[in-house]
Design a protein around this ligand. Structure first.
Ligand code: ABC
Ligand code: CA
Length: 495
């Protein structure tokens, strides 16, 4: 699928090994399986491509229409100082499927099951690096063959050096990882490497019906490599450009290296703004404005508040209302929401890798308040998109977010017909209010908050005011639409 077809999708990110256990319909491939799955053990918990199919109702029931799965290629299957390659990122041969997760038919079955539901499949791909346990002796042909590396000619790697993050040349040519598990840097300028990777990626997407690619470690490869790679893949490419630098991240779009990148800069803005009670809202506003001004297509960014490399949101911030506000920013701001499995279960165990990668099944896939909140946010997006609801002649997807008002604790932004009114005050009710002077709607008209389904009156000059004094409601987020739109959207029934 193209970038245009992805616009408006909403993505659920999962680790194949950790999302769903093998069951009667998706039998175990490795046995015996661990009884419990403790992430600290860093070993396989047994999830497979077939077991994902068993739980698609759970994902689709939350309103997602795309699933990003962890890498599908073969990994080193040996014990390392960081234990085992359950996460799938230690790819030693991109061109072979990882038998831990199933067969070619199983991956096709997953793709077909998603497509039957009108959902897209996104696959994580790792081409920058190949792991080695012998960093200082890794790049010789004997060692490479022993490691089962796809590349066996030393010229297919860059010489050993560890990355210096202050130097972009080093970021591109030196090695990720460390001397326990080195990630040898693939020579992505070598013509053999280029042509085999390009023909492989075209094959992979067509053979398995893959609709989009998440490009691992995108900033570690000279950008022009990706232009041809993504063209060969023939589908939407979204890169991982880990860091807060907006200009650098935006260059992937401006230089046309790939369609888009994950919204790392906005992530830091959301953390700064909503990650602590009374946090730094002006930082959120600044990052949001720069993001909108710098990316040619902010509507294609992948917006997240946690992932497999970062702390769980609830690990650093236990207040549920801060999480609900952060998620409204994640869903209503320009971009595609990307929710990391477990976010809907309020997983809080996880200050980082490997704790943030717990198995989902101990949650019993419960219908939590957060699951419902996410479902509501997805429903709202789907409804405004499907209805083509307009504001000033533009619909939701075609209009760019504008910051309408802000204080040191609050922010209001509009995207098309929706006005999000958010705060970082947190749960306690306080005798304070936030007035948005010009909501965009006319005085005396009525608006509906789609989250509470309550009606609010627009005051003189088009002002809307929300109070944080209501007992038990405190600092909840609001998503306003005009009453006319609300009745068309049906999110709140007949209003
Ligand atoms: C293993 C162990 C860990 C151990 C680690 C050293 O080795 O499991 O316990 O701590 C895979 C596995 C990991 C594994 C690694 C290494 O391989 O998943 O479990 O860790 O063996 C991608 C994937 C990631 C994957 C790889 C490798 C790449 O999402 O899961 O890891 O294929 C860098 C890369 C980024 C990479 C990330 C893990 O490391 O750029 O591609 N992710 C700075 C840099 C970033 C850097 C980040 C973390 O540090 O700028 O480039 O990411 O090292 C902000 C700044 C940022 C700054 C952050 C920390 O602070 O704005 O720039 O990021 O304020
Ligand atoms: Ca590289």
């Amino acid at each position: 699928a193209t970038a245009d077809q992805w616009k408006g999708k909403s993505i659920y990110q999962l680790f194949t090994d950790r999302f769903a256990p093998p069951s009667a319909t998706a039998p175990a491939r490795t046995s015996p399986l661990p009884e419990t799955c403790d992430p600290i053990q860093q070993t396989w918990c047994g999830g497979t491509w077939l077991s994902i199919i068993d739980k698609l109702d759970y994902i689709q029931g939350m309103g997602f229409d795309a699933v990003w799965i962890s890498p599908v290629s073969q990994n080193i299957d040996v014990y390392t100082p960081y234990n085992y390659a359950y996460h799938g990122y230690w790819v030693n041969d991109p061109m072979t499927l990882n038998p831990r997760f199933g067969s070619a038919d199983d991956l096709k079955a997953l793709s077909a099951a998603l497509h039957a539901r009108g959902m897209y499949l996104m696959v994580d791909v790792v081409v920058n690096n190949i792991p080695s346990l012998n960093p200082y002796d890794a790049v010789n042909s004997t060692a490479l063959k022993l490691d089962g590396s796809r590349w066996t000619d030393p010229n297919e790697f860059h010489p050993q050096c560890w990355i210096d993050y202050n130097n972009q040349t080093s970021v591109e040519y030196c090695w990720l990882g460390d001397d326990k598990v080195a990630l040898m840097d693939v020579n992505t300028e070598n013509p053999t490497v280029i042509s085999s990777l390009n023909s492989w990626i075209g094959n992979l997407t067509s053979t398995y019906g893959i609709d989009g690619l998440r490009i691992d470690a995108a900033k570690h490869v000279p950008g022009p490599f990706w232009t041809d790679f993504c063209k060969a893949g023939g589908v939407f490419c979204i890169g991982e450009v880990y860091g807060s630098d907006i200009n650098f991240a935006a260059s992937f779009q401006t230089q046309k290296w790939m369609d888009s990148v994950l919204g790392y800069p906005l992530y830091y803005g959301i953390v700064n703004g909503f990650g602590t009670p009374n946090g730094n809202m002006s930082n959120f506003v600044e990052v949001a404005q720069q993001t909108l001004a710098t990316f040619p297509q902010p509507g294609l960014l992948g917006n997240f508040i946690e992932n497999h490399d970062l702390p769980r949101w609830r690990n650093t911030t236990s207040d549920p209302q801060l999480a609900y506000n952060a998620m409204v920013a994640q869903f209503i701001f320009d971009g595609l929401p990307v929710v990391y499995y477990g976010q809907e279960q309020d997983f809080s165990h996880g200050a980082g890798d490997p704790y943030n990668r717990a198995a989902l099944w101990p949650s019993n896939y419960a219908n939590t308040t957060t699951y419902q909140h996410i479902k509501k946010l997805n429903d709202i997006r789907h409804a405004v998109i499907a209805n083509g609801t307009q504001f000033n002649g533009k619909n939701f997807l075609d209009s760019q977010t504008t910051i309408v008002a802000s204080t040191k604790n609050d922010v209001a932004f509009r995207k098309g017909p929706l006005l999000a009114v958010l705060t970082n005050r947190g749960s306690p009710n306080v005798p304070q209010a936030f007035g948005v002077p010009t909501s965009g709607w006319s005085a005396q008209s009525a608006v509906i908050d789609l989250l509470s389904c309550k009606q609010y009156a627009v005051g003189s000059g088009g002002a809307i005011s929300v109070s944080y004094a209501a007992s038990g409601y405190g600092g909840m987020p609001y998503i306003f639409v005009s009453q006319t739109d609300a009745s068309a959207l049906k999110i709140c029934g007949d209003v």
